[in-house]
Design a binder for this molecule. Structure first.
Ligand code: IMP
Length: 201
């Protein structure tokens, strides 16, 4: 049986304002008394040394839970491009360089793709909820689609302007946040997290 979340405070183990905003939106229906981010608490950002999304989410959640003394939820996510053998994958943030410039990262993806006819890609999101006593629960969600060029739209964050989910004409950056939240990789992982750890039977 997964452990249920019954505390008052949840730390979102991220320093990425785009992600923190999305996670706060997705958590809103659960009426948590206090949701704070690792950035707000001034917690250090651990080095992401894991080989998988789950491993990186796990190490970020455990670090924030230990440092804060509260349960902590971490997201590790990224864009996986089929013709690039899954790159940038767990290195999605790093492709944006030290300036965290996603115009640069999207350009790198486009350059790497060259004339490839297969432009299919997916986002993956791993979520890990860790408690200060060392217990942790992990979940993974995906959304499939293809890559457009040039980038389109100014909502969302990261690679949203080049990702168009299957069956849709708009990129994630052209959609209203509620539309993205209904179908995203993060929403898919959240549904599992909520069913396991938040929802009352
Ligand atoms: P990390 O999980 O903090 O290592 O970074 C994941 C990176 O993947 C983010 O900085 C974004 O560039 C990208 N990414 C993850 N989720 C999304 C999303 O929902 N939209 C666009 N880009 C995303």
């Amino acid at each position: 049986m997964p452990r249920r979340f019954s505390e008052d405070t949840l730390v979102v183990a991220s320093h990425n304002p785009g992600k923190v905003r999305e996670i706060a939106d997705l958590l809103a229906p659960f009426g948590l008394r206090r949701v704070v981010s690792a950035g707000d608490l001034g917690l250090p950002e651990p080095e992401e040394t894991g080989a998988t999304f789950i491993a990186n989410a796990d190490l970020k959640a455990r670090a924030a839970a230990t440092a804060s003394g509260h349960p902590a939820l971490a997201d590790d996510s990224g864009l996986e491009v089929a013709a690039l053998n899954g790159a940038p994958g767990i290195y999605s943030a790093r492709w944006a360089g030290p300036g965290k410039d996603f115009a640069v990262a999207m350009e790198r993806v486009q350059t790497a793709l060259g004339n490839a006819t297969d432009r299919s890609a997916n986002f993956t999101c791993a979520l890990c909820l860790a408690w200060p006593d060392g217990h942790a629960e992990s979940f993974e969600g995906r959304v499939f689609g293809d890559l457009v060029w040039p980038p389109q739209g100014d909502k969302g964050f990261g690679y949203d302007p080049i990702f168009r989910p299957s069956g849709h004409t708009l990129t994630f950056a052209e959609m209203e946040p509620t539309a993205k939240h209904a179908m995203s990789h993060r929403a898919a992982a959240f549904r599992q997290l909520v069913a396991a750890c938040f929802e009352t039977a």
